[in-house]
Design a protein around this ligand. Structure first.
Ligand code: BTN
Length: 278
């Protein structure tokens, strides 16, 4: 297998952490997510915390089986994790991943990004990063969760927007850190290091019940959605609209639908509307 262990090239200084102890770096592959899944399935080289990162992906995958444009200049990586948490808390992996990506970008770039529920990271209504979670949980030894993260650092945005326009009905325009900060050069590996530290930190909080509420509080603050009017879509079809009353303990939206029924939503794409805008 053509794998470079990044550790032999640059020291990310993550030896004290579980997440990122082993990092496989590729110049170009189809998709870090596909490789992570196939490794996890065979259970070879899949220690908890293993990271696969590529400079470029030929067939990057986004949520809902959409294409994810992944030219050079972005951070494209997948993490294999096997956390010691209850099945009921699995959705929290998406929550802590979103918090980690958002905070790591803000720390390194000084931007003020926020989370678009459930786990996109946006700035000025444009998408800067996305997260894709694949799980195989059957309560056996081979259970795994793959967290795929894509961050547009210094990529050609026109190319990315073209690709979004061709395969998305609900469009959120893309942007990059470079586009938003102009002058600043962000080192991909410094951002990656900060991100892995965050994920390591929030995973350890998640494994400890005492911090559950705190995590939800942080998520609420960064997503700033409570009180907003939203429209929710499933597979690009409008399901319903309503007002977000709160975020529940699992990161789900408590929605008061227009017909006044309360519903908790864990997945789907949303658009946020002004209060009176139907
Ligand atoms: C989204 O649709 O918002 C999720 C995008 C996830 C993209 C990342 S890039 C690294 C990993 N490998 C993939 O093929 N996809 C994820």
């Amino acid at each position: 297998m053509d794998m470079d262990e990044l550790y032999q090239k640059i020291d990310l200084g993550l030896r004290d952490l579980v997440i990122g102890k082993r990092i496989y770096h590729y110049n170009k592959i189809k998709s870090t997510q596909l490789l992570a899944i196939s490794l996890a399935e065979t259970n070879i080289n899949t220690e908890h915390g293993t990271v696969i990162v590529a400079d470029e992906q030929d067939e990057g995958i986004g949520r809902g089986k959409k294409k994810w444009a992944s030219p050079r200049g972005g951070l494209w990586m997948s993490l294999i994790i096997k956390p010691k948490i209850d099945f009921a808390k699995i959705n929290m992996i998406s929550v802590i991943s979103a918090i980690s990506v958002c905070e790591a970008i803000n720390d390194i770039s000084q931007l003020k990004t926020f989370i678009k529920w459930p786990n996109d990271v946006l700035i000025n209504e444009k998408k800067l990063a996305g997260i894709l979670i694949d799980t195989n949980i059957n309560n056996n030894k081979n259970d795994y969760i793959i967290i795929g993260i894509g961050i547009n650092i210094d990529v050609d945005i026109s190319k990315i927007n073209l690709s979004i326009a061709s395969n998305n009905i609900i469009t959120t325009r893309a942007t990059s850190i470079h586009n938003e900060t102009k002058s600043k050069n962000i080192d991909r590996f410094i951002l990656m290091k900060q991100l892995l530290r965050k994920i390591d930190f929030y995973l350890s909080l998640l494994e400890n019940d005492r911090y559950h509420k705190k995590i939800i509080e942080i998520y609420k603050k960064l997503s700033n959605i409570v009180g907003k009017r939203i429209i929710i879509y499933h597979e690009s079809l409008k399901k319903y609209s309503g007002i977000v009353k709160d975020i529940d303990n699992g990161g789900g939206l408590i929605l008061e639908r227009d017909d006044k029924l309360l519903e908790i939503i864990y997945s789907g794409e949303i658009t946020i509307r002004e209060q009176n805008d139907k």
